[in-house]
Design a protein around this ligand. Structure first.
Ligand SMILES: [Zn+2]
Ligand SMILES: [Zn+2]
Length: 173
């Protein structure tokens, strides 16, 4: 069975909740914020993400996790990401820690617990898996990340087995 994604009706609810939360923050802080584009194209373990790309701000939501844990995401992930956006507008994203005091204070003002840990069961949610490449040292196999593999191939790094202390190489010795 493939994992289900959030329906168009639910998407409208989430967009509505995002707008409402932003309005709430606006009233609480006494300043206005531009509407934020919302996209349902986030994959991986996170339920939501706020980002600034070339001065374009957006909130991305995970369509799988929003389907599976709709109410919880509506109540928690939506204010979480809106708060990131508002803190960025007020302080500048680079000047404060992402989940620092300013963000936490705003979450509490919005009436939401400022938690950051993922509480979801991810077992049936499709995830982007990092590719691993098998290396060998002589005593066992080692799974190197693509980043490490490329470093080795460019001659920038060597990795050693903790057990036998041999350098790990691509082909079995
Ligand atoms: Zn966050
Ligand atoms: Zn070894």
């Amino acid at each position: 069975m493939s994992a289900q994604v959030i329906t168009p009706v639910q998407q409208q609810q989430v967009i509505g909740a995002t707008t409402a939360t932003l309005q709430q923050a606006s009233e609480l802080l006494g300043r206005s914020f531009a509407p934020i584009p919302v996209h349902f194209n986030l994959s991986g373990r996170a339920a939501g993400m706020y980002r600034v790309k070339q001065h374009e701000r957006e909130i991305r939501y995970n369509p799988y996790l929003f389907f599976k844990y709709f109410d919880d995401n509506l109540a928690n992930t939506v204010p979480h990401e809106v708060a990131h956006y508002v803190i960025d507008c007020c302080h500048g994203f680079k000047n404060v820690r992402p989940h620092g005091a300013e963000w936490q204070a705003l979450m509490l003002t919005l009436g939401v617990e400022p938690t950051v840990t993922c509480r979801y069961d991810m077992s049936d949610i499709p995830q982007r898996r990092q590719r691993r490449i098998e290396y060998h040292c002589g005593c066992r196999a080692h799974q190197l990340s693509t980043i490490r593999h490329n470093r080795v191939q460019r001659g920038e790094a060597r990795y050693h087995c903790k057990m036998c202390r041999n350098a790990v190489v691509l082909k079995p010795v």
